[in-house]
Design a protein around this ligand. Structure first.
Ligand SMILES: [Fe+2]
Length: 478
């Protein structure tokens, strides 16, 4: 591998370009894989995971969020498994292909002079590297700073183009839209550094944008996720944002204002801007919502909550980047009382640093008993060293540790064919071994993580650590 892919232009070895994070360059397809144990025959569908994978020598300093989107997928069918990886062919990908080099610098540099990246003209590369959402037969690759959702074929991983929802999408699309499988609706938001700071929308079952409203915010914010319940959506105004003064000078600098509350905007699913009810809570940052639902007059929302999103201390730009980026979250529950307007909040688990939650996606917006999170290792970089299952009813926690120097990915819940209960299925994750430089896929029983993998599928290549994953059931592929 060329040295340029390991070092960025700072000259300092960047851990997010090395070892378990180092990009891979070949797109391959592989069947006939060695299996330790047995792949359950009632596990049928595709596990897909997105992540950053720098394709060209990096301009300036590299940040983990900067890499080009690459999807790694495992297709399970009647006890067999096939691996495939492909880049997401975004407009930026094509432009850099034509140029034969990187055209954008990343978020660690002043992006002035970069080409525009999204509809709002943000001069950062829309890499579609963040999450994957299954919607109407296609998988949508999304970007955390809001870009075009790119549609992929869930089996071939071929990029089908930017999803426009039959030419009804105006503006951009955040990383983690929510799908209500019962209604076929998709809920999303679009945010940016200039007004309107936040827009909230609904794509109807027919595949077009049917609802779009501007949400009034006091300034530019950095919302990452949202929630839905049976009748509402929940949006966030959290006190971690781009420093307005720096922004006026074209620079991007994060600031966390402890003097401001966290605010949660509850809006009827098809509500007008004036229908938003704001609930205040202690200051924090939230990357990811676990799930939310209605319970009597209350909305219950479980999240992975970061209480100190802006670590103190200075140091080199690289060390600042590492400390800002480090996930340090706790499972946390909010209750928003729609009758009184009051918020109550508290820890579900104050001890463990857990993130990248998954649930049975068919129950998004309805009460769920189980959540499956990754556990985050105490280290300078983000390493997922195991999985934990939370039981909301008994409080029981089950663990699966990947083992020394072995790190996993977000592990979506994959229901068994004909599943009856909420945990009647499997968790699927890539696991990469830091010392061996190898990867495998592990399949666990969602009902009993402590039993260890039911099957380990050995891969012919290392899968770099990455971001979000999804499971597409076989019945959705038809
Ligand atoms: Fe995320």
């Amino acid at each position: 591998m060329a040295a340029a892919t390991v070092l960025d232009e700072s000259g300092e070895p960047n851990p997010y370009l090395l070892g378990v994070y180092a990009p891979v360059h070949e797109e391959i397809t592989a069947g006939d894989l060695t299996v330790i144990g047995e792949i359950p025959r009632d596990l049928n569908g595709v596990y897909l995971r997105n992540g950053p994978n720098a394709r060209h020598p990096v301009r300036g300093r590299y940040h983990w969020f900067d890499g080009d989107g690459m999807v790694h997928a495992m297709h399970f069918e009647n006890g067999t498994a096939r691996y495939r990886n492909r880049y997401v062919r975004t407009r930026a990908f094509d432009a850099e292909s034509a140029a034969g080099r990187a055209l954008w610098t990343g978020v660690m540099e002043n992006p002035k002079g970069n080409p525009a990246g999204n509809t709002r003209g943000i001069p950062l590369k829309d890499s579609a590297n963040t999450d994957l959402i299954f919607h109407r037969g296609r998988v949508l690759a999304t970007w955390y700073l809001c870009g075009s959702p790119y549609a992929l074929d869930p089996l071939s991983l071929e990029t089908l183009g930017a999803e426009t929802f039959l030419d009804t999408l105006t503006g951009d699309f955040m990383a983690h839209p929510k799908i209500d499988e019962r209604t076929g609706e998709l809920f999303w938001f679009d945010y940016g550094p200039r007004p309107p700071y936040l827009r909230y929308g609904v794509v109807g079952a027919g595949g077009t944008v049917e609802h779009l409203v501007e949400i009034d915010l006091p300034g530019a914010r950095l919302p990452h996720d949202m929630a839905i319940t049976e009748n509402h959506a929940v949006l966030m105004d959290l006190p971690l944002f781009q420093d307005p003064e720096a922004l006026r000078h074209g620079r991007y600098k994060l600031t966390f204002d402890r003097g401001l509350p966290s605010r949660f905007g509850v809006i009827p699913r098809r509500g007008a801007a004036g229908d938003v009810r704001w609930f205040e809570a202690k200051p924090c940052y939230i990357y990811h919502v676990v799930n939310a639902w209605e319970s009597g007059d209350e909305i219950v929302m479980d999240v992975c909550r970061v209480s100190r999103p802006a670590p103190s201390g200075s140091g080199s730009p690289l060390s600042r980047m590492l400390s800002y980026l480090k996930l340090d979250a706790r499972m946390y529950r909010y209750r928003f009382d729609l009758r009184t307007g009051r918020t109550s909040e508290g820890f579900v688990d104050e001890e463990q640093n857990t993130e990248f939650p998954s649930i049975d996606a068919r129950r998004t917006g309805q009460a769920t008993r189980y959540a499956y999170n990754v556990t985050v290792k105490k280290a300078d970089t983000n390493l997922f060293d195991g999985l934990v299952r939370y039981d909301n009813v008994t409080g029981e926690r089950q663990h699966h540790r990947f083992g020394e120097h072995r790190y996993g990915s977000e592990a979506p819940f994959a229901p068994r064919d004909g599943a009856t209960g909420e945990d009647d299925g499997y968790l699927v994750t890539f696991v990469t071994d830091e010392r061996e430089g190898t990867s495998e896929v592990q399949i666990l029983s969602a009902a009993d993580l402590t039993a260890g993998p039911l099957a380990r599928v050995l891969l012919p290549r290392r899968v770099p650590l990455g971001f979000h994953a999804t499971w597409v059931r076989a019945d959705q592929l038809r």
